[in-house]
Ligand binder design. Structure first.
Ligand SMILES: [Mg+2]
Length: 248
């Protein structure tokens, strides 16, 4: 005898006679059943579950994760570009109620006006800190390229996030040399970043959680790394390895 889950027998709706009214007319299906009201989730509340689930799994530091260093200046990008939403931080800005943001001086947590915390991915923070402080990256600048419509919120958050835990640590805004936040395709962002930085596409490395952006920007000759679910040590290491293989 087969073991397993047994589905309870139930007649199909087609085998059941439909109800009729006094004149013998068929009544609509479920006419007598109380109408179930569909709960409409409005505003930012609809993202609450997704935010909570993602926060649970994506922000655990991997104590074994290490960030690689380039082996030579030839294998070192001159400009490292990060997307913001869901690459450097989460939740994405369209998911939250927004400004004013508050930073708790004791815990260093940053929350929006509804109390939702915005967090920087550990590998985003660590890699930006590495580029900002390690001599191997002395010739490397950091940029952000974001298509968010909440540019002011993004700039505010960049100034609120510390890139290291120690007191006096530089903020994300202080570590970034070029900021391009605008609507439109990321190709246009990169054209402006090339103009502003003087760095050629072939010397850039780009991290983005959206594959579509990576496909677009890769057409320019930029080495792109898709990091769905946010920046990770693995994405960083893959990026450096790919850059070294193509440019080294
Ligand atoms: Mg993004």
């Amino acid at each position: 005898m087969r073991r397993g889950v047994t589905l309870s027998p139930c007649a199909s709706s087609s085998s059941r006679p439909r109800a009729t009214d006094a004149r013998g007319q068929r009544t609509p299906k479920n006419a007598s059943a109380p109408r179930r009201r569909r709960e409409k989730t409005t505003g930012k509340a609809k993202y609450a579950k997704r935010i909570a689930q993602h926060m649970d799994i994506a922000f655990m530091d991997d104590p074994c994760a290490t960030l690689d260093l380039p082996r030579s200046s030839r294998e070192t990008p001159k400009l490292i570009v990060y997307d913001l939403d869901d690459t450097i931080w989460f939740p994405e800005l369209y998911m939250i109620a927004g400004a004013p943001f508050v930073k708790d001086p004791a815990t260093k947590t940053t929350t929006d006006c509804s109390g939702v915390e915005v967090r920087v991915y550990p590998a985003a923070r660590a890699s930006i800190s590495l580029v900002d402080t390690h001599e191997a990256f002395s010739g490397t600048k950091i940029a952000v390229a974001s298509r968010t419509h909440r540019g002011q919120w993004a700039r505010t958050l960049m100034s609120m996030f510390d890139i290291a835990d120690d007191d006096g640590a530089r903020s994300l805004a202080q570590c970034v040399s070029f900021v391009d936040i605008a609507s439109g395709t990321k190709k246009a962002h990169f054209a402006r970043l090339r103009e502003a930085s003087g760095v050629e596409y072939e010397d850039m490395l780009f991290f983005d959680n959206e594959g579509e952006n990576c496909v677009d920007v890769a057409q320019l000759g930029v080495i792109c790394v898709h990091c769905p679910g946010g920046m990770t040590a693995d994405a960083w290491n893959r990026g450096l390895a790919l850059f070294a293989r193509v440019r080294g």
